[in-house]
Design a protein around this ligand. Structure first.
Ligand SMILES: [Zn+2]
Length: 300
C-alpha cells in the first residue's frame, strides 16, 4: 500500500469503475463527485472492499493483547480454559477496560470504545478474531467499507454502554434478575473484548437480509448469533449483556437511511472510516496517557 498522492493519469471511478482522469471534479460516466478522492483513490482502492478493516482489527487486537501481556509478565495467568494466557487485570485497566466501575465510578467514558481492543486470554482473542474475519468481508460487501467501520465502532460502544448501565443501575431489578438474572448476570463491573463489535456484525447482516428480502440469510445469521449467545451463557465470565448491546447496536443502526445498501457511498463517506479508526486508536492511547498525566497534574 502506498500513501502517495497521485496528481496525473487516470483511475477507476470508485462508484462505476469506468476509467476517469484523476483530476475531474465529477465522473463523466456516473456523475459521482470527486472520483479521484483528492488523488488518493488508488490508495483507498488498494485497501480493498473493507478499506483495510480486517488487518486493522486483527493487528490492533493482537498487538494490544501482546502489549497487555508484556507490561506485566509476572501477572500473566498461564493456565485454565478461557483464561489461558490471561493478562493481569491491572494491565487491562491500564489500556482501557470498560464496565460499570470504569464508566460510572471513575468517569473513564472513552473506555466505551477502547475496551473492544482488549482481550482476556488466547482463546478470547482467537475466537473473536476468527468470527470477525468470517463476518466482516460479508458486511463490507453488503454495506461498503465505511459503513463496516461505523457499524463495528458503534456496536462496540453500544455493547460497553449496555453492560455498564446494567452493571451500575440495574443489577438487582426484580423483574430483570428474575427473568434474566441467572442467565445474563447483572452487567459487568469490568468488561473487555471485541465481541460487542462482532455481535454488531451479526445484527447488521440480519438487517441486510430484511432489507433485501432474503429470509434464508436472515435466518442463518440469526441462528449463528443465537448459537454464539447460548455459548456465552455456558461459559462463566462471558459478558452477555455486552453481546446483547452489540447485537442491538448493529441491528438498529443499520435501520437508518444512511445504511441503505441501495444508497451509494459518496466521495466524503470514506472519511467516516478514517474517523472510526482514529477514534479507536485515540481511545486506546488515552488510558495510558491519562495514567501518566494524572499523577503529574495531581502533584501540581
Ligand atoms: Zn463513475
Amino acid at each position: 500500500m502506498k500513501f502517495q498522492r497521485q496528481t496525473s493519469g487516470s483511475i477507476a471511478c470508485p462508484t462505476c469503475r469506468q476509467l476517469v482522469n484523476i483530476q475531474v471534479p465529477r465522473c463523466p460516466h456516473c456523475g459521482r463527485r470527486n472520483p479521484g478522492l483528492w488523488g488518493y483513490a488508488r490508495t483507498v482502492q488498494s485497501l480493498g472492499t473493507d478499506l483495510g478493516f480486517l488487518p486493522f482489527v486483527t493487528w490492533g487486537c493482537l498487538g494490544l493483547y501482546a502489549l497487555t501481556l508484556v507490561v506485566n509478565i509476572p501477572g500473566i495467568r498461564p493456565t485454565g480454559g478461557m483464561d489461558i494466557m490471561a493478562p493481569d487485570g491491572s494491565s487491562l485497566f491500564l489500556f482501557g477496560a470498560t464496565g460499570a466501575i470504569p464508566i460510572f465510578a471513575l468517569g473513564r467514558w472513552w473506555t466505551l470504545l477502547s475496551a473492544a481492543w482488549l482481550h482476556g486470554g488466547l482463546l478470547h482473542v482467537g475466537f473473536n478474531l476468527a468470527w470477525i474475519r468470517f463476518l466482516a468481508p460479508a458486511v463490507a460487501r453488503f454495506y461498503g467499507g465505511s459503513r463496516l467501520y461505523l457499524i463495528y465502532t458503534l456496536s462496540a460502544i453500544a455493547s460497553s454502554g449496555l453492560t455498564s448501565i446494567v452493571g451500575a443501575f440495574f443489577p438487582d431489578i426484580p423483574i430483570l434478575s428474575l427473568i434474566l438474572g441467572n442467565v445474563l448476570g447483572g452487567g459487568a463491573s469490568f468488561s473487555i473484548g471485541a465481541s460487542g463489535g462482532l455481535f454488531g456484525l451479526f445484527g447488521a447482516i440480519i438487517t441486510y437480509g430484511q432489507r433485501t428480502r432474503d429470509p434464508s440469510l436472515t435466518q442463518t445469521v440469526l441462528i449463528w448469533a443465537a448459537l454464539g449467545f447460548v455459548l456465552g451463557l455456558l461459559f462463566p465470565g462471558v459478558d452477555n449483556w455486552g453481546h446483547l448491546g452489540g447485537f442491538l447496536g448493529g441491528f438498529l443502526v443499520t435501520k437508518l437511511p444512511w445504511f441503505d445498501p441501495e444508497r451509494k457511498l459518496g466521495h466524503k463517506d470514506f472519511l467516516i472510516a478514517i474517523a472510526c479508526a482514529v477514534g479507536s486508536i485515540l481511545s486506546v492511547l488515552f488510558s495510558p496517557i491519562h495514567a501518566l498525566l494524572l499523577p503529574l497534574l495531581l502533584s501540581l
